[in-house]
Design a protein around this ligand. Structure first.
Ligand code: ZN
Ligand code: ZN
Ligand code: ZN
Length: 390
């Protein structure tokens, strides 16, 4: 795939910042302070790890945005698409300087205290380290702080066209990986060995990072977040394969459950086949429930009612899904209690499962995007039960 297809144009970042500023104003925040993490990547294109030196995008409700960075990161910040698009100005501080005081100075220069703006809160990004939060609070005495997620959640959970394209690309890349693994060989190998092959393939197929590789054979499949152990996969048992990686910042996440029959063709046993069909039905029903305006919890209920009606309700022990984007778990959560209506552009997993303790588990997971017309399933790998010989 071409490099260009993995890029997000600079104009898109300027657009996101404009939408963010609008939301800041609508919520009556004085400013938004965004530290290193997915919110910062979303707004600027800056990729990095949080560290003891403060790195902060300062978005006041009025005036220009500043990208406050340590001097040694000034050129990296200057190269981000948002800065190149003229959306923010880089403000570099020296090693001996008090970065939080510098931020406070910028904000007071922005005249946030005109009128009754002093009462307006400042939104702090959820991922800002406590050491930075405390420094910022000390530098801005009397100011009220609230979570920036109140603004960022609404922006990030509705994907723009570039994000949809990258999520699609990540999903098909994961599909190729799961198809390769599901065709074997599995028998006699440890879960950890298969997990290592998954990670290698995730990268070879086009991810930048291999984030997770769950291999749950036999009884281990009954633990939804089982990792990959030294247990050897045997003939006559199922294996839950749940894998995902990061492509240009965006996550993939897909699960298929296969039956390992061996050369003698052991199974699949009758109850496994029944439960597999049930989970597949639940997955289909939940996917069919996705369309704009439907409360997120109804998608969960659609999956749960199928499984409960067959008497396996108590074995479906987790929510039906989670939003996905720059993070593997983000809003919207597909869970009872979330009555927020789905909107076109929301992307989330639909991953019902049945887990029989001590025996095995079945989970099937696709990433689904809500569209104007209903939904688009991003994963194309088959949901038919695969019986592996070797
Ligand atoms: Zn999970
Ligand atoms: Zn998963
Ligand atoms: Zn998932």
């Amino acid at each position: 795939m071409s490099e260009a297809s993995r890029q997000i144009p600079a104009a898109r970042y300027a657009e996101r910042l404009a939408a963010c500023r609008e939301a800041v104003t609508a919520r009556n925040y004085a400013a938004l302070l965004i530290g290193v993490g997915p919110d910062l990547r979303y707004l600027t294109g800056f990729v990095g790890e949080p560290m003891e030196r403060l790195t902060l995008l300062v978005i006041p409700s009025v005036g220009p945005a500043w990208f406050v960075v340590p001097q040694l990161e000034a050129s990296k910040a200057g190269a981000t698409p948002l800065v190149r698009a003229g959306g923010a100005e880089v403000v570099a501080f020296q090693e001996t300087e008090d970065a939080a005081a510098r931020v406070a100075n910028l904000l007071s220069g922005a005249r946030l205290d005109a009128g009754n703006a002093a009462w307006e809160p400042i939104g702090l990004s959820d991922r800002l380290w406590a050491m930075h939060v405390l420094q910022i609070q000390a530098a801005l005495p009397g100011r009220k702080f609230e979570p920036a997620s109140a603004v960022m959640r609404d922006l990030r959970q509705v994907k723009d066209a570039d994000e949809a394209r990258l999520l699609r690309l990540a999903a098909t890349t994961a599909d190729r990986t799961v198809d390769a693994i599901a065709s074997g060989r599995l028998i006699g190998r440890t879960e950890a060995e298969v997990g290592r092959e998954i990670r290698t393939r995730l990268i070879d197929e086009g991810h930048d990072l291999a984030d997770f590789a769950i291999v749950g054979s036999g009884p281990n499949g009954a633990s939804p977040h089982h990792d990959a152990s030294e247990r050897r996969i045997q003939a006559g048992e199922p294996v839950v394969l749940d894998l995902g990686g990061t492509l240009a910042g965006y996550l993939s996440d897909t699960t298929r459950t296969v039956w390992v029959a061996g050369e003698d063709g052991i199974g699949p046993e009758a109850e496994f086949r029944r439960v597999y069909d049930l989970v597949r039905d639940a997955q289909a029903e939940a996917t069919a429930a996705v369309r704009p305006g439907v409360p997120a919890q109804e998608v969960d209920a659609a999956a749960r009612s199928v499984i409960a009606a067959a008497g396996y309700g108590e074995y479906f022990t987790h929510r039906t899904g989670h939003g996905i984007g720059l993070e593997v778990h983000e809003d919207p959560y597909i869970v009872e209690g979330n009555d927020a209506p789905l909107q076109p552009g929301m992307a989330f997993s639909v991953e019902p499962g049945v887990y029989l303790p001590g025996r095995w588990g079945v989970r099937l997971e696709n990433i689904v995007m809500c569209t104007e017309a209903g939904s688009e399933v991003l994963n194309q790998s088959s949901l038919d039960l695969r019986v592996v010989r070797g």
